[in-house]
Ligand binder design. Structure first.
Ligand code: HPA
Length: 276
């Protein structure tokens, strides 16, 4: 009940403060991927600390600001920075912003992240379109009483990532000559990175990339019937037989490099989403 009230209070705050009636697309920018905003001219900029009940990011590389922008005809909400399970937030809190956007009636959400490549054919610096996910966190944001107005008790997960949005992303990447891999994203709770034995096991399970975010938000978005597009920036490569050391600094620095290609893709893609 308290959780539900918090969501409705935050929705009320947005209804009172957003200068537009309708938001067509929401975009969550992951670790080190905040540069996209620089190419836009936001109508509204709200630090998460000014938004009721919004959890605050505790880590480097996550800005913690909500923006509202107009990209051609599309009103775009951008969440620059997110919170994670490893920060100590509950699955509900991790997906809180997604829930609020869904209750506000946003129909399309783009989830971006920095991820490690597990597929040996993928290169560091490339983008990966998420076709499906594996939830290895042992957590689920829908645990507890179901709020029927938000979605069903047992939501279908046979197609989490929208086939239409995937096709649109692939067509846009092709047009722009951007390399866009396709694959399965596996989410671990973190914050420790994976061992060589875990890397081998996850690859064996069918994962192409690994990270510590996105899946809680995707489950909530799917619960609400939103169309989801998932994009990973591959910041490092994990090969179990020649495991290289990975640091958070390195992940952030690679994500910074991938920013411009991600921005190019998103700038072309987003205006075409709403009318789809
Ligand atoms: N493992 C887990 N999370 C990550 C990685 C990784 O290799 N790279 C970026 N986020």
């Amino acid at each position: 009940m308290q959780k539900e009230n918090n969501v409705y209070q935050t929705c009320k705050f947005f209804k009172e403060n957003l200068p537009v009636e309708h938001v067509g697309v929401a975009l969550v920018l992951g670790s080190g991927l905040g540069d996209f905003i620089q190419s836009l001219n936001p109508m509204l900029e709200l630090p998460y600390s000014q938004i009721p009940h919004f959890p605050q990011s505790t880590i480097k590389g996550h800005q913690g600001v909500f923006y509202l922008c107009q990209l051609e005809q599309v009103n775009l909400a951008i969440l620059s920075g997110r919170v994670h399970l490893y920060e100590g937030y509950s699955p509900f809190e991790v997906a809180f912003a997604t829930r609020v956007l869904g209750v506000l009636g946003v129909k399309n959400i783009i989830l971006t992240n920095a991820a490690g490549a597990l597929n040996p054919q993928f290169d560091v610096g490339s983008l990966m379109l998420i076709t499906d996910h594996i939830n290895m966190t042992g957590n689920n944001p829908l645990t507890g009483p179901n709020v029927d107005e938000w979605g069903p008790r047992f939501p279908d997960m046979s197609q989490v990532y929208s086939p239409e949005l995937q096709q649109l992303a692939l067509d846009t990447a092709k047009k722009l000559q951007i390399r866009l891999e396709k694959g399965v994203y596996l989410c671990i709770p973190g914050p420790s990175l994976e061992t060589p034995a875990e890397t081998r096991a996850f690859r064996f399970l069918g994962a192409d990339a690994i990270g510590m975010s996105t899946v809680m938000e995707a489950i909530v978005a799917k619960h609400m019937g939103m169309r989801i597009l998932g994009l990973s920036c591959l910041t490092n490569k994990n090969l179990p037989d020649c495991m290289a050391e990975t640091s958070h600094e390195e992940i952030l620095s690679q994500a910074k490099k991938a920013n411009s290609i991600l921005s190019t893709l998103l700038l072309d893609l987003i205006p075409r989403i709403n009318s789809n």
